[in-house]
Design a protein around this ligand. Sequence first.
Ligand SMILES: O=P(O)(O)OC[C@H]1O[C@](O)(COP(=O)(O)O)[C@@H](O)[C@@H]1O
Ligand SMILES: [Mg+2]
Ligand SMILES: [Mg+2]
Length: 333
Amino acid sequence: MQRLIPVLNNDHVSLHLISVINTLLTAAKEISHRLHQGSLAGTLGSTLDENIQGETQKKLDIVSNQLIKNMLLETNLVHAVASEEEDFVVMGNPDAKYLVAYDPLDGSSNIDINGSVGTIFSILEKPKHAAEGTELFLQTGDEQIAAGYILYGPSTMLVLTTGKGVRMFTLDHTVGEFLLTVDKVTVPQDTKEFAINMSNRRYWTAPMENYIADLLLGAEGVRKKNFNMRWNAAMVSDVHRVLSRGGIFAYPADCKNPEKPCKLRLMYEANPMSFLVEQAGGRASTGYERIMSLQPTDIHERVSVLMGSRNEVDMCLDYYKKFKCERPDAPNQ
Ligand SMILES: O=P(O)(O)OC[C@H]1O[C@](O)(COP(=O)(O)O)[C@@H](O)[C@@H]1O
Ligand SMILES: [Mg+2]
Ligand SMILES: [Mg+2]
């Protein structure tokens, strides 16, 4: 089985970018180890702090964030980082060209129940025009030069794209290396599986309400087939299932809280996952726009997300065209 670095060398990925990715993996191996130790490592549970988005931080959110940030900045190859757990952009080497946006621990409500969690990352280059701080990161998803996630499940996996398809690697704990296990990830175009938090149903807008209602009618309804539902409450593991066997994953804008119509973050959740899904032949949209075409306005902004099997996402988008309604999210909110 091939190791990560020769695979990236074969793809002509620059040595500096390989080094940045490898540094993320060094941090991920440490996070994986701490997760495996569970309560024994003394790092489970919550802190008394909240992040800038008002969410309670788990101890492992903080530990994972520190590990990734410190290791990336120590390479001297990173110009700046933006993290879910950092209020502001953290500057690194002024002469370096890489920008890394990351969600250090995704699905963190799963930590205390020994469920799957992950780390998501998106790598950009410093823009050609002069920019500082937040402004550096305000680039569309199409500008990403690499993106991926590490899934800490029964095995620890890296799923990576550098714009030449998607590959999956599995951490071999005996040698401490990520080995190539799926060379060309392809999302099946059709599916009978959907992933959405059904408890939000009463807050959905008409397009999603009607789309899911038709899925639930199964073989007796207009879709003429039975659908199954899965929800892990960790985007990494829900999208991993979609990349592995197809499906549609949705966290749409809703009317639950007018101050916060969307849950998932554009820069370090939606964009990197969209890059992977599109590179694997799937589709990623807000319901109205292609996610990777959105012009970000803030590093922590949130966005409506529908992604997965191409034909199923297109079917869902037909409902967005058919059922006109007021959008709870203004574009780019
Ligand atoms: O709790 P809900 O509404 O099911 O939301 C689950 C979603 O929230 C998230 O956990 C948010 O990520 P964080 O844990 O990084 O804040 C996603 O991974 C997941 O898809
Ligand atoms: Mg997350
Ligand atoms: Mg997180």
